[in-house]
Design a protein around this ligand. Structure first.
Ligand SMILES: Nc1ncnc2c1ncn2[C@@H]1O[C@H](COP(=O)(O)OP(=O)(O)O)[C@@H](O)[C@H]1O
Ligand SMILES: O=c1ccn([C@@H]2O[C@H](COP(=O)(O)OP(=O)(O)O)[C@@H](O)[C@H]2O)c(=O)[nH]1
Length: 233
């Protein structure tokens, strides 16, 4: 069992694939998946995307930098929403961010993050990397290293890493295990090269799994085989 993990959630876990906003059933499922992990006393950090609200790339009429700032604000909305629903079921949760000083958001401070974990809080990192031109995958890699996570879990809508996009190629073959070097060399688009590169440099393994599969998250945290394992070696 890993003791400290960073979970990267696509914004779409809030609404279901291809949908927008917040769907009650999906949100309840999300809470169940996270509760299963938190029950074991694991330190859980979360980075959530904003695909259910806005992705910068979708706002084609706006300058890229502006569109990305709107995208980052979407991650803040999701983080606060997630905090609200986790607290409603009795889970302790804090949102930290460098881009917002709203009353329910705390600044990112390394010493405090350890205190939150020691006190049993789930820590949600909102606002991505705080910079346009990045994605929440890169933010997840960055925050995982900052919080000293032993594993980064990318919880998404495909069940692992394939040799080509499984949504576009039916014959795509799944890797049970691969290295960062292979992922970058093969140009696999499941995650940004920047994210692979940060995790590779700091020897942080990644598991890519299908979030919508009940129990997959817990299996990854237990170190059981699930999805694809990207090793730093
Ligand atoms: N080699 C690959 N293996 C697995 N998934 C891939 C690969 N190449 C592209 N993808 C795509 O990456 C996406 C997963 O990333 P995610 O960040 O959750 O999606 P999005 O960028 O739409 O939010 C999936 O939609 C999947 O189709
Ligand atoms: O460090 C960051 C992280 C995110 N974003 C913006 O926020 C959006 C939402 O993040 P992402 O696309 O990663 O969300 P997901 O697809 O995981 O739901 C991105 O499209 C970017 O526009 C950004 O500018 N900088």
């Amino acid at each position: 069992m890993y003791k400290r993990v960073l979970i990267k959630l696509s914004g779409e876990v809030m609404c279901g694939e291809g949908e927008r906003g917040f769907d009650r059933k999906n949100v309840e499922f999300l809470v169940r998946q996270l509760a299963q992990v938190v029950e074991y006393g694991v330190n859980v950090g979360i980075v959530i995307g904003a695909g259910n609200i806005f992705r910068g790339e979708e706002l084609i009429d706006l300058p890229h930098s502006l569109a990305d700032q709107i995208g980052m604000l979407g991650t803040v909305i999701n983080a606060l929403y997630l905090k609200g629903i986790l607290q409603r079921v009795g889970m302790k949760c804090v949102v930290v961010s460098q881009i917002s000083s709203l009353p329910s958001i705390r600044p990112i401070h390394y010493d405090d993050i350890n205190l939150y974990f020691d006190a049993g809080y789930v820590v949600i990192f909102a606002g991505g990397t705080s910079n346009p031109f990045f994605t929440t995958d890169t933010a997840a890699a960055l925050r995982a290293v900052e919080m000293g996570a032993e594993l980064l879990i990318k919880a998404t809508k495909v069940d692992g890493v394939y040799d080509s996009d499984p949504r576009k190629n039916r014959d795509a073959k799944k890797f049970e295990r691969l290295s960062y070097r292979d992922a970058i060399k093969l140009g696999l688009k499941v995650m940004d090269t920047e994210a692979f590169s940060i995790c590779g440099r700091y020897k942080l393994p990644i598991v890519v799994l299908n979030f919508f599969e009940d129990g997959a998250l817990l299996r990854a945290v237990k170190g059981e085989p699930v999805g694809s394992y990207i090793s730093p070696e």
